[in-house]
Design a protein around this ligand. Structure first.
Ligand code: AMP
Ligand code: MG
Length: 401
């Protein structure tokens, strides 16, 4: 296969995202906050409350009206704790106030308690200059009722759920889960718990991808292990296409497997995308079975990891309506030299040490352990070389969940 026939990573991504836009999940459901983490908001979240709902004190101290400052020392006319509704401030007095307590109507600033002197008769002298609004968290300073707080398509994590809770919201309208049928292919595979036959290996991709899919808000239809036989592959895909939004497979896409999945998908009449300029992961195969999209990841665990994270993940987020599907990346310094240019874009498992990317010593695509050691992937562009200290693009693993 000549280099010219390899598809650049961004072309593959463009095609996957175009496919995902055709495939957007139409249904949504209402879920309690406790069950909504990792899901995607189906409609805008609009505030029903001003936050804060009333002006409140940012400090433990004394609330007063600036116009009364020249009459100090001031008598303390009330004590306002958080959770109480204060009376209007009596003119010429101040109020003892605590953090989070509503500011009494009539008061327009708060002096922190460290900056006052309490006289023997209980009156208060203000020792430091004061400004209008000082130490008051104004009503609506975070948001006003009617403001759009979160847009449809936002993934819900702890921060977003807390924003909803602060509005008193108990349920959110979320896109239904993408149903992903997960299939491991390979005559050599056995599941953990089964005896290891001569020549066989344990299936690690299933656990890797089942957990990752779950973290991305998907429902996993576990379709087990399939031998490398086109007829059986076709039969299995026929069964799975009924319930699945996506069929995700590992293995059986490289030439050594006689490209079992590719053989089946080529019959669908729709274009097949495969042989990418990516390392690891070149044989990634994307197509359709009937109308259902199929993403065939390579079997090597790290190839599956890299292609799932960089290509299948954005696809899965986009069908759930997420706009922002690309992981955040950072520029880091290379802690290693790369003297030999490669024809494919390479993703290496690295750990950051004092801001420098250090290579896991064994970058073989069959080695999974490097991913547990590493903090993420650095990208080495096609046909490029670099020296120690040069800038590289780094994608933290955390960004891929
Ligand atoms: P394939 O893409 O089927 O040619 O597989 C490439 C390599 O990945 C082979 O060494 C396979 O044994 C290995 N492999 C395939 N599927 C899995 C799996 N589910 N878990 C662990 N290793 C796998
Ligand atoms: Mg195989």
């Amino acid at each position: 296969m000549s280099r010219a026939a390899l598809m650049p990573v961004e072309d593959a991504l463009d095609q996957l995202l175009a496919m995902a836009s055709e495939q957007r999940l139409p249904d949504s459901e209402s879920l309690p906050l406790s069950a909504a983490r990792g899901r995607v908001l189906a409609s805008d979240l609009v505030a029903t409350l001003d936050l804060p709902p009333w002006p409140n004190s940012a400090m433990d101290g004394y609330a007063l009206n600036l116009a009364d400052l020249h009459r100090q020392p001031l008598k303390v006319s009330q004590k306002v704790y958080a959770g109480l509704a204060p009376d209007a401030l009596l003119p010429g007095t101040c109020a003892r106030i605590f953090t989070g307590a509503p500011v009494p109507p009539g008061a327009n600033c708060v002096q922190m308690q460290e900056n006052v002197e309490v006289l023997e008769d209980g009156r208060v002298r203000f020792l430091q200059p004061l400004k209008l609004g000082q130490n008051i968290r104004a009503q609506g300073q975070e948001n006003r009722a009617g403001d759009t707080l979160l847009r449809a398509g936002k993934r819900l994590g702890p921060f977003e759920l807390a924003v909803a809770a602060a509005q008193g919201i108990t349920h959110l309208h979320v896109v239904r889960r993408a149903r992903v049928a997960l299939l491991s292919t390979g005559d050599e595979l056995v599941e953990p718990g089964q005896p290891l036959r001569p020549g066989s290996i344990y299936n690690s991709n299933r656990v890797l991808l089942a957990h990752w899919l779950d973290a991305l808000g998907c429902e996993v239809i576990d379709a087990g292990i399939l031998p490398d036989r086109p007829a059986q592959t076709r039969l299995k895909l026929e069964q799975l296409q009924v319930a699945a939004d996506l069929i995700l497979t590992t293995g059986g896409v490289s030439a050594g497997d006689a490209d079992c999945l590719g053989q089946v998908l080529r019959d669908s009449g729709r274009p097949l995308l495969w042989k990418l300029a990516i390392k690891p992961g070149k044989p990634l195969t994307v197509g359709h079975f009937g109308t259902v999209p199929v993403i065939g990841l390579p079997g090597n665990p790290t190839s599956a990891l890299v292609t799932f994270g960089l290509l299948a993940r954005p696809y899965l987020l986009r069908i759930q309506g997420v706009q922002d599907v690309m992981p955040l990346s950072l520029t880091v310094t290379a802690g290693f030299a790369w003297p030999k240019p490669g024809s494919r874009r390479e993703y290496l498992r690295v750990r950051l040490e004092a801001g420098s990317a250090m290579l896991y010593p064994n970058q073989s695509s069959g080695v999974l352990l490097g991913a547990t050691w590493a903090d993420g992937l650095v990208e080495i562009p096609e046909l490029s070389t670099h020296n120690v200290g040069d800038a590289l693009r780094f994608i933290p693993f955390n960004e891929l969940f």
